[in-house]
Design a protein around this ligand. Sequence first.
Ligand code: ADP
Ligand code: MG
Length: 378
Amino acid sequence: MGKLNVAMLRYLTSEDFRVLTAIEMGMKNHELVPGALAASIANLKHGGVHKILKELCKHKLLSYERGKHYDGYRLTNQGYDYLALKTLSSRKVIASFGNQIGVGKESNIYVVEDCDGNPLVLKLHRLGRTCFRNLKEKRDYHAHRNKAGWLYLSRISATKEFAYMSALYERGFPIPKPVDINRHCVIMELVKGDPLSRISEVAHVEALYDELMNLIVRFANHGVIHGDFNEFNLMLDEEENPVVIDFPQMVSTSHANAQLFFDRDVTCVKDFFRRRFGYESSLHPTFDDILREDILDVEVSASGFTKKMDKELLAQLGLDESEEEESCSGDEEEDIEELREEVEVKMKVLDKKDGEGKRNKGVENIETIDNKDMKTES
Ligand code: ADP
Ligand code: MG
């Protein structure tokens, strides 16, 4: 299990980050990025880059692997984490790191702090690392893509979550306030409370049941279905108000299986209330109760999160609509020049804030960021 020492963020030089970013860029169209290509994208001398690459491997931010046709480097989970955390701390969104508070199926959750010491939640999306077995049965999804698969999927998962959270928060839904996103990391408000899974008693069972069912309907009136409306994704804050979390799997009410997903969310609540509180109600919403007041999903797709991304993500999550093979219009080789420019843009964000010195003031070590699944993709 790889340990992530976040304090090391301070010790990596801007050249280190330039090279790390170059590997990230190279992985857009290379499974493994050869050293010479990395040097070219980073726009640095080959000799110097070689040393940096070795160093980054030593710290497990990169791994060096032998491919069928050539050898090269790839970003590790940790390396990707570093790029995002460095960017977020450069933007002064986060200033220190605390403990891991959750390990979901598809994420790791940490408490972090902003520059004023207020707690926030950091959600690191980790897709494509665990089960490719669902996927393999259906199609060899990444056969034509490269191993940036997990990178790409984790990023679009975070992008989707942030887009939906922003739209829902604006409309007054009880969800944590979304704060920022970079790569596969979403920063959001910390809910002070517990998931329903850890709660054995509530003051007003019936009222809570009604509230949750109303939320399902309210989501649907905005054109969306949560899709995983269970006791692990429903929290109760200090006032016992429900707060909904976890949005990457949301689907539109116009999805071919929308009614199924809707009914599944309803059943989740019903079953949980019977099991946990011994509460049963004859009342529950049906798909026909939906009014569709406002179509949220359209707006969300205008936020950089495209229909194509959603299809790919839902396929990964086993929620895709069609079984037909999608032709992978293989992204043709992008110009190295273009990648170089992207590195410049990303470095500018980091460089601008460097030297101000206040960042990282209270950086502590995150104990571990699980890195053991890195190799499970192949
Ligand atoms: P996953 O998609 O992996 O299930 P979740 O978003 O559901 O990830 O988060 C996993 C767990 O982390 C939750 O069940 C909850 O206990 C905790 N958690 C997530 N977000 C927050 C938050 N904003 N505030 C407090 N706890 C959270
Ligand atoms: Mg969850």
